[in-house]
Design a protein around this ligand. Structure first.
Ligand SMILES: [Zn+2]
Length: 400
């Protein structure tokens, strides 16, 4: 969209310059206008080159993004697991804390019970003492006067002491028991506090993990957005390529009416050592677009700058730059047989030029919709793409 606006703006500016050049009394006016129109063409081509290089950058960005996305999806799965496990841990600690609470409650009940017994024993002791004292006036006298002997008197006094002693021992035991239970309660309470701290840490960890999870998710969404932008740019370049193919077919159909096929068999379009076909003709899976695309030719591996040969004699119908094909040359061999050579680093022939079989028409490159140097070679017969490796009309044979 931005390119379109820039092109229109530039075209308007150029038109203004052309008008000024025509108005001004200048001897070289026509020559200038031609020069400017050539400049306009060059500018359009550089726009196309810019689009292609943007696609190329996007292609590598997207490949990185795809890798990152794969990683991000792995991280997402890991985070899912971690969050699940953390939740399990939290549940476990909740169960432990509940158990500890039950134990604390039990201890508290025991403490309350023991304290009550302690108090009761003390009350009982006080009551007994008071009664002894109340009976005491008479009781003590009885103890004295009822005594048969001095030793009998002492043993009677002992009874009082024994009662007091028994109560004191009972109270001491109860106190000891209560303190033991209180100790246990304190220990369990400490354990509970520790476990609550662990639980709080786990809950914080879960919050952190969930934050990471949502950050990772928005990262995945961003990467998916990049793929969307890439798809749009790629499809625009594909459309441009398709239009060129139609134009070539129209020109070739016109030429076919006038000319018959030059005859003979095709030669291999590259030096014989460059015989590795990296992509065949036909439907192929596009890993970034995640869709099937029809490959209208074959791709042959070759390093940048390798000479490209005309597979047979003919007339150059197109020698141009396109955002899809990059620098490309198309040759009509007569009789409706056309060949196309794409992604050249540079072209060596012009439109309308007559070429011989084996003549160098350009050099291997990676311009247009291409991710690395190679030759994209297409064959069209009667306006339709044919598999260059399996030619139905058998007018040529590719040697390898
Ligand atoms: Zn190709």
């Amino acid at each position: 969209m931005r390119n379109g606006i820039t092109i229109r703006w530039r075209a308007a500016a150029l038109a203004l310059i052309v008008c000024l050049a025509a108005v001004l009394p200048c001897a070289g006016g026509r020559a200038n206008a031609l020069e400017i129109s050539q400049k306009n063409l060059d500018s359009l081509k550089s726009q196309g080159e810019q689009l292609a290089s943007e696609i190329k950058k996007l292609t590598s960005d997207i490949q990185t993004a795809e890798k990152n996305k794969t990683n991000a999806l792995k991280i997402k799965a890991d985070l899912d697991k971690k969050i699940g496990l953390t939740e399990d841990q939290i549940e476990l600690y909740e169960a432990i804390i509940a158990q500890l609470e039950a134990q604390i409650e039990l201890r508290q009940e025991n403490i309350t019970e023991t304290s009550a017994q302690e108090k009761e024993t003390y009350e009982l002791f006080k009551l007994r003492m008071r009664r002894l004292y109340e009976q005491g006036q008479a009781g003590y006298l009885q103890v004295f006067f009822g005594a048969q002997s001095f030793s009998d008197l002492l043993s009677r006094a002992d009874v009082i002491g024994t009662i007091a002693e028994h109560d004191a021992r009972l109270m001491a035991r109860l106190k000891e028991l209560r303190e033991k239970i209180e100790g246990e309660k304190a220990a369990i309470t400490n354990e509970k506090i520790e476990d609550e701290e662990i639980k709080a840490e786990l809950e914080q960890r879960k919050v952190d993990l969930e934050k990471q999870y949502s950050e990772n998710e928005s990262y995945i969404n961003r990467l998916e957005g990049d793929v969307g932008r890439y798809r749009e740019a790629y499809e625009a370049a594909e459309k441009s390529q398709e239009k060129i193919r139609k134009d070539i077919q129209t020109v070739a159909a016109e030429l076919a009416k006038k000319n018959v096929y030059v005859g003979g068999k095709f030669i291999w379009p590259l030096p014989s050592q460059n015989n590795t076909i990296t992509s065949l003709y036909g439907t192929r899976w596009h890993p970034i677009l995640k869709a099937y695309r029809f490959h209208t030719g074959i791709d042959i591996a070759a390093s940048k700058g390798t000479a490209i040969y005309a597979v047979n004699g003919g007339e150059v119908v197109m020698s141009d730059y396109d955002s899809g094909y990059g620098n490309f040359v198309s040759i009509s061999h007569g009789g409706g047989v056309v060949t196309l050579y794409a992604h050249m680093t540079s072209r060596a022939v012009k439109k309308g030029q007559i070429v011989k079989q084996g003549q160098v028409i350009g050099y291997v490159g990676s311009t247009g919709l291409s991710t690395g140097p190679h030759l994209h070679f297409e064959v069209m017969i009667d306006g339709k793409n044919e598999d260059p490796m399996k030619n139905s009309v058998n007018t040529y044979l590719l040697k390898k």
